[in-house]
Design a protein around this ligand. Structure first.
Ligand code: NAI
Ligand code: MG
Length: 499
């Protein structure tokens, strides 16, 4: 048998620290990180407290109020962002290995994410130098322009499913616009964000422009969301935490953007090639082991192909090779943490108790290579009812529910039948119908005859409880700017409003 398990070259047995005001520092306590593939301790990272968050906020405040970054020309900031992108590319192998060691995803997915992160910096590097603002037609001698300005200090709290990519989505537009940042990575997956901070220091980003604080949400995330010195908070994660953050932000009415996941439907009509649809369905739900905010976690399938669709899904799901991210044969890795594995297994139990039919999976794979890792087999539930918790709630694991529809109206009602509205897809060869249905789906990210393909150029975010605002694209940049009108009177005469 050929050896397909490779060893990472990156060294993790080193110091991992917070980055505050341009310096790396300890935080007062240490947290053990685990390798999701083995359940073994990977390394230790420094963690901070409320005091670290406050120190980082003050550093970012100073960098914004007195530092060079917001005053630089867009062109200069653009050049810097291009350098960040090139540096991420230059460190791609190392960063991808860290991502797989820390988060568990297959190495090929990590490499893809690293390239995506670099390109996000490139996109905003380009966008910020393009025409913006407005000149308004007002009578002489007035001149009126509308300009965009940075908001100020941006708090950025990100999750563990795409650690470096989420950092890029937050930092790139914020930095392009001239803001300064306090980034808090997930306590489960901080390694690539710390490594990025080291890269930023090597590139001599002015101190305080990017700060990285480490620790759990309540300890270091909440003080950022609450601080009156922070002007904007951007968050990606659960609905529950998103709502808490919106409350915390009320004190100084800071600007808030939230990306809170979903329960996204993939509607399949029977005129579409069933094997292709099943192939997309697997990609939609099992990519990154289902830990994707836009995962296609509900298949909404036309009645006349429902049984056949399930049979084909079962057959293909069983063939998916689950394993460690460093095994070249692996198609689906472990979940990120023991906690997430437990959470997903609990949902599987809930599904069974609710009376859904477990078609395949629902268990953990057996064998030496899986021992102590956070693995769960691809799982399918059928015979579900719209009000079941496994149909309504985000599971964030390799678990899909299959729903049946008879009419187009029913398909739309099922597709829209949750509190979420992040993503959605329609599969049909009848493009008139596909377009009609996709327009009726209340979601921010949609596909016809496809899934997951997305672009830095396009707005990312959701309807309903999937969040507030949009990231990426020109919309993402707007989320990091204030708009100002400037009225200049070139020939001031007494206004004589009062005699
Ligand atoms: P979470 O929403 O609690 O964590 C996301 C980030 O928020 C982390 O950096 C965390 O430290 C921080 N955080 C947590 N509590 C906080 C607080 N009180 N104040 C400030 N920051 C806080 O997500 P969790 O608990 O890791 O996962 C639970 C579920 O959330 C998942 O099963 C999934 O359904 C959903 N989720 C959605 C994501 C998405 O991409 N939209 C990403 C991660 C989780
Ligand atoms: Mg949580």
């Amino acid at each position: 048998m050929t050896q397909t398990l490779t060893s990472p070259k990156v060294k993790v047995d080193r110091k991992w620290q917070q980055f505050i005001g341009g310096k790396f520092e300890d935080g007062g306590s240490e947290r053990e990180l685990f390798n999701p593939a083995t359940g073994k301790v990977l390394c230790k990272v420094q963690e901070g407290t409320k005091a670290s968050a406050e120190k980082a906020i003050i550093a970012a405040r100073k960098a914004f109020d007195q530092g060079p970054w917001p005053k630089m020309s867009a062109f200069e900031r653009s050049q810097f962002l291009f350098k960040i992108a090139d540096a991420i590319d230059a460190h791609q192998d190392e960063l991808a290995e860290l991502e797989t060691l820390n988060g568990g995803k297959p190495l090929r997915e990590s490499k893809y994410d690293m390239a995506d992160a670099a390109n996000c910096f490139r996109y905003y590097a380009g966008l910020i130098t393009k025409p913006s603002g407005q000149a308004i037609d007002v009578p002489a001698p007035s001149v009126t322009t509308v300009v965009r300005e940075p908001i100020g200090v941006c708090g950025q709290i990100i999750p563990w499913n795409y650690p470096l990519l989420m950092a890029a989505w937050k930092l790139a537009p914020a930095l392009a616009a001239g803001n300064t940042c306090v980034l808090k990575p997930s306590e489960y997956t901080p390694l690539t964000a710390i490594r990025l901070a080291e890269i930023l220091k090597e590139l001599e980003l002015p101190e305080g422009v990017v700060n990285v604080v480490l620790g759990a949400g309540p300890a270091v995330g909440a003080p950022i969301a609450e601080s009156n010195l922070v002007d904007k908070i951007a968050f990606t994660g659960s609905v529950k935490t998103g709502k808490a953050i919106a409350q915390m932000a009320l004190g100084n009415l800071k600007k808030v953007t939230l990306e809170l996941g979903g329960k996204s439907p993939m509607v399949v009509f029977s005129d579409f090639d069933i094997d292709t649809a099943v192939d997309y369905a697997l990609f939609a739900i099992y990519c990154n082991a289902g830990q994707v905010c836009s995962a296609g976690s509900r298949m909404v399938v036309e009645e006349n192909i429902y049984d056949k669709f399930i049979a084909k899904m079962i057959e293909r799901s069983k063939k998916i090779v689950v394993g460690p991210g460093f095994d070249q044969e692996t198609e689906m890795g472990p979940l990120v943490s023991e906690a997430q594995k437990k959470r997903v297994l609990e949902y599987i139990e809930i599904g069974k108790k609710e009376g859904a039919k477990l078609e395949v999976g629902g268990d953990v794979p057996q064998g030496a290579k899986y021992e102590n890792g956070y693995y769960i087999n691809p799982t399918i539930f059928s015979n579900v009812k719209p009000d079941m918790r496994i149909v309504q709630e985000e599971i964030f694991g390799p678990v899909v529910v299959i729903q049946k529809f008879r009419t187009e109206e029913e398909a739309i009602a099922l597709a829209n039948g949750t509190n979420f509205g992040l993503a959605g897809a329609v599969f049909s060869n009848d493009l008139t119908r596909a377009h009609r249905v996709v327009r009726a789906i209340k979601s921010g990210i949609t596909w016809v005859n496809g899934y997951h393909s997305t672009y830095n150029e396009c707005p990312w975010g959701g309807y309903k409880q999937s969040g507030w605002g949009r990231e990426l694209g020109t919309f993402g940049l707007e989320g990091y700017t204030e708009v100002k009108q400037i009225n200049i009177n070139l020939d001031p005469q007494p206004v004589s409003w009062f005699a």
